[in-house]
Design a protein around this ligand. Structure first.
Ligand code: KPL
Length: 317
């Protein structure tokens, strides 16, 4: 019998754990964790309750260290040095480069890396670091949350697109990867223009996340609030211009309709940025509206509405 493929998962938060649980049926899944994640458990395994449509399953997966730091109890962590075949990365965008850098001794030219980060900027940082590797990005609308470290709730079925962002792979490699990810049972398609998907997701995040953080409200509660109503049209104009500079053509009015559509479809959601604010965590604003401000500066343009939102979020949180 052929060996099961081995998949390493870096950053097993809500989404990482969802993929880990789903992929573990047909694959050997190994979690890469920071030494302090399992302080009260054996560092060799991590268990969590996976709740899917009110049905709870206990998932226990092997762990390896994702960094050279010792475990919290002081036990030195010998970073396993066996090469990684497939690495799925679910860290926050601002942690991604550092987290991947910690693993470079295990990344060999045939390792494939799949980035699931929000926003834009971390993908470029990783492709520059791993210029010899096959790097892919994924854009997903799957919903999961983790009320505590031992519980993961599969909150909403979505879709995932995956495609190459470095120049090293063939179409066949991309299809093989998509088949591997589909073994999770989740809805996965390969995309030959993943940048376009990432740009659209970025623009939608720019137009929803900072407002929800500033207004402390669910996505569905944005429409009708002055801050949102008076800024959404100029913001969509700026985002459409930033996309055009990067070769993605979506008119401002088309973008605004897409934003309103996502708000309606996710009306009960607490955006990822508001979740971070409420949890007292760093937000991903620098990789969302901050990335658009970088585009403005690099191209001698002014995106004042975007800059206002960026500065307000940075000032308040
Ligand atoms: O992706 C999202 C996020 O919260 O980051 C949206 C689309 C805004 C849905 O909540």
């Amino acid at each position: 019998m052929a060996d099961k493929p081995t998949i390493h998962i870096l950053g097993p938060g809500a989404l990482g754990s969802l993929w880990a649980a789903k992929l573990s049926h047909d694959n050997e899944v190994i979690l890469l964790v920071k030494p302090d994640v399992n302080k009260s458990l054996s560092p060799k395994h991590h268990s969590f309750q996976f709740i899917n449509q009110n049905e709870a399953t206990t998932i226990t997966l092997p762990c390896e260290g994702s960094s050279t730091l010792p475990w919290e109890d002081g036990t030195p962590f010998s970073l396993n040095d066996t090469p990684i075949d497939t690495l799925l990365v679910f860290t926050k965008s601002y942690d991604t480069l550092k987290a991947v850098q910690q693993l470079t001794s295990r990344i060999i030219p045939s390792s494939r890396i799949v980035l699931f980060q929000n926003g834009m900027g971390s993908q470029q940082e990783v492709t520059q670091l791993l210029f010899n590797n096959t790097v892919y990005a994924a854009s997903t609308t799957e919903g999961a949350n983790r009320p505590d470290k031992q519980t993961v709730i599969y909150a909403g079925k979505g879709e995932t697109w995956v495609g190459p962002i470095s120049n090293k792979q063939s179409q066949l490699d991309a299809e093989k990867l998509s088949a591997l990810l589909s073994s999770s049972g989740l809805n996965v398609s390969s995309s030959d223009n993943i940048w376009e998907k990432l740009w659209l997701k970025l623009a939608i995040n720019c137009a929803i996340n900072p407002f929800t953080a500033l207004l402390d409200c669910k996505n569905g509660e944005l429409i009708g609030q002055t801050l949102f109503d008076s800024n959404i049209t100029p913001l969509c104009n700026e985002l459409s211009e930033a996309m055009l500079v990067n070769g993605v053509t979506v008119s401002a009015s088309e973008l605004q309709s897409k934003v309103i559509d996502v708000i309606k479809k996710t009306h009960q959601n607490i955006s990822s940025m508001l979740q971070d604010v409420r949890a007292g965590k760093q937000t991903e604003i620098e990789y969302i509206n901050g990335y658009i401000e970088q585009i403005a500066q690099q191209n001698n343009r002014k995106f004042p509405t975007n800059l206002f939102l960026l500065e307000e979020v940075k000032r308040r949180f």
